[in-house]
Design a protein around this ligand. Structure first.
Ligand code: SF4
Ligand code: SF4
Length: 140
């Protein structure tokens, strides 16, 4: 399962990931990271059996954790199979198959690049936080 970690400025210089790995013994794969001196946004992949334990360990350290439950969503009626998303996706989520663009949503790390690149506004992302009713939508 994929988790997005939002790291606040006051803890961004702490060894958060390594300490969570040591505490939980979870294998954590870093799929995307944008970190500077003042904040951080990191997407990690964790096995489903460790997901809850890892999420709680990060939250105890002050990290805001979002579960990336929904992969990228495509409006099939709007998609014109132009291939812009194929070119820009860093994880190879999209590919051409018999002149049509198909998606393997399990590869998506929700970076949002394809949402911006799609000329027909056919793509969107939903970020949902566990134990909360609200969801954030990125895209049309
Ligand atoms: S960029 Fe948009 S319109 Fe083009 S193939 Fe991808 S989803 Fe379809
Ligand atoms: S948000 Fe779009 S570009 Fe980014 S990983 Fe997911 S499918 Fe690929």
């Amino acid at each position: 399962m994929k988790l997005m970690l939002h790291v606040a400025p006051k803890i961004v210089r702490q060894p958060l990931i390594s300490s969570v790995i040591i505490e939980t013994s979870a294998l954590i794969n870093i799929e995307r990271a944008s970190i500077d001196a003042v904040s951080g946004e990191i997407v990690i992949e964790v096995s489903p059996d460790k997901c809850q334990e890892v999420r709680e360990a990060f939250e105890r350290r002050g990290v805001q954790v979002l579960m990336l439950e929904m992969p990228v969503i495509r409006d099939e009626e709007e998609c014109v199979h132009c291939g812009a998303c194929v070119s820009i996706c860093p994880t190879g989520t999209f590919r051409f198959e018999d002149w049509a663009v198909v998606a393997d949503s399990g590869k998506c790390i929700q970076c949002g690049a394809c949402v911006v690149a799609c000329p027909h506004r056919a793509l969107r992302l939903i970020l949902k936080q566990p134990q909360m009713d609200g969801a954030t939508t990125i895209g049309p």
